[in-house]
Design a protein around this ligand. Structure first.
Ligand code: IMP
Length: 199
């Protein structure tokens, strides 16, 4: 089985992607390759940051790998927080503080349109590919907390639903979500590669 590094230290992302891809791939965490530093995320776009993470691991550790970057883009805030999604309320990357800041900035705002965007950048066998997933929806007027999810999930309601991502079991979120869409593209690409290698 081909080994592939997932260039993230975020246990929530690892949990979600592993659940979606199952055991058909041997994914290594950064810890497993002895990478303990914070990988830089300094590019001005979500795609650029996903690529930066994958390129860093390839360059410094030599592994084929994929990086993932996600941003929340809110229409009434001109696309913010965007590439600053993780540290919107400060370097502590505190999800509660981030959500509180969004709700405060949208106080009295009737346009609550927003989207999550995920880019997965894959470096494999000398080639680089990007896969993008977008889910559109609205920012809730107040927290809609549930038993699931992470990050901004308690304030994001996908189009066609009245519940937030935090109120949806993982399978339901993954069927719609930004990360689910990008992961299915990654999976299809890896499966096609495996078929070509075997035949
Ligand atoms: P990064 O991609 O690791 O830079 O994280 C971006 C930010 O988006 C972090 O604050 C995450 O908590 C948040 N985030 C990423 N994916 C999701 C998601 O699926 N739901 C809610 N928040 C998310």
């Amino acid at each position: 089985m081909q080994k592939l590094v997932f260039a993230t230290n975020n246990p929530n992302k690892i949990r979600e992607i592993k659940k979606m891809l199952g055991d058909s791939y041997d994914f290594l965490s950064l810890e497993a390759i002895d990478c303990h530093e914070d990988i830089p995320e300094t590019r001005p776009t979500i795609e650029g940051n996903a690529l930066q993470k994958a390129e860093y691991v390839k360059e410094h550790y030599g592994w084929d790998c994929f990086g993932e970057d996600t941003g929340l883009e809110i229409e009434a805030l001109g696309g913010a927080p965007g590439v600053y999604t993780a540290r919107y309320a400060g370097e502590a990357k505190d999800p509660e503080a981030n959500m509180a800041k969004v709700l405060k900035e949208l106080e009295g705002e009737t346009n609550r349109r927003a989207q999550f965007k995920t880019v997965i950048a894959l470096i494999i066998n000398g080639q680089t590919k990007c896969f993008t997933g977008i889910i559109k929806g609205e920012i809730a007027e107040d927290y809609k907390r549930g038993d699931y999810g992470f990050g901004y999930d308690p304030i994001f309601i996908p189009d066609g639903y009245e519940t937030s991502f935090a109120q949806m079991p993982p399978e339901e979120k993954h069927a719609l979500s930004h990360r689910g869409q990008a992961t299915r593209q990654l999976q299809a690409f890896l499966e096609a590669q495996n078929k070509t290698r075997v035949s």
